[in-house]
Ligand binder design. Structure first.
Ligand code: IPE
Ligand code: IPE
Ligand code: MG
Length: 242
């Protein structure tokens, strides 16, 4: 079966999952962490090379203060609780997004877990926190502009390739498959540039219920797609058979 090298997931539906159970939204976020932990394991077992999980968007600060605070506490506790296990399983962990808004404790926890797992060559796991696709493009543009200003880069060296080198996920292949759970069919400011040719898969399953079977369904749907990248179906078949 043709497997994606890089899967990106918008883990949506925690709040509704909790509401269905007449529990506070945080209960759903806790269940969401467990689902994420399980999906990381399944991806490693399926030999997926890279996985990017959208955990907190730059717009999620607009949520009620209490929910944001509980999410931050949950991030910190989850990192502390899970990192050793991830490390044992050869996962290399990294966080993408603007960290300046986080507490020193959380920033330290992130840095420590990245350092611990930096040499691992198993599943490459990126967790997007305070991430926005527009922010990522803007910070890459700012880097380039300052290099031009300093005389390290010529204006005519500004190209798609050179800009892409400055994105948070520059060393990951572009996502082959984007999964969004929770029924909404939108990108919500996730990896805007990188999704240009990604196969999109939307499902109604709420994130805490997204399990190995649900992932396998997404993988088999992906395997049935023909990726043409602008060419004709016939051309792609020829290349495929060559
Ligand atoms: C996704 O679940 C988790 C975060 C955005 C932090 P939601 O909290 O958005 O769940 P719904 O969409 O309200 O059900
Ligand atoms: C997208 O979910 C962000 C994450 C899953 C972290 P949201 O629930 O925030 O998206 P919208 O607001 O419904 O578009
Ligand atoms: Mg949501």
């Amino acid at each position: 079966m043709n497997l994606p090298n890089h899967i990106a997931i918008v883990m949506d539906g925690n709040g509704r999952w909790a509401e269905q159970r007449h529990r506070p939204r945080t209960f759903g976020h806790q269940a969401g962490v467990r689902a994420a932990r399980d999906i990381v394991k399944v991806c490693a077992q399926r030999h997926i090379r890279a996985l990017t999980l959208f955990a907190f968007s730059s717009e999620n600060w607009n949520r009620p203060v209490g929910e944001v605070k509980r999410l931050m506490d949950l991030f910190l506790r989850s990192i502390e609780r899970e990192v050793d296990d991830l490390h044992r399983n050869g996962v290399r962990l990294r966080f993408i997004g603007d960290r300046t808004a986080f507490s020193p404790d959380l920033r330290e926890g992130m840095a420590r877990s990245e350092l611990l797992t930096a040499a691992n060559d198993g599943l490459q796991l990126a967790i997007a926190v305070n991430y926005g696709g527009r922010w990522d493009i803007a910070q890459a543009a700012r880097q380039m502009a300052s290099e031009v200003k300093a005389g390290h880069l010529d204006l005519d060296e500004i190209s798609e390739t050179n800009l892409a080198r400055r994105f948070c996920l520059a060393d990951f292949p572009e996502p082959d498959l984007l999964i969004r759970t929770g029924g909404e069919r939108r990108i919500s400011n996730f990896l805007l540039w990188q999704l240009a040719y990604t196969e999109l898969y939307f499902c109604d399953t709420l994130w805490p219920d997204f399990d190995a079977d649900a992932l396998d369904q997404a993988l088999s749907d992906f395997a049935s797609r023909q990726r043409r990248f602008g060419r004709t179906g016939k051309q792609v078949k020829k290349v495929g058979n060559a």
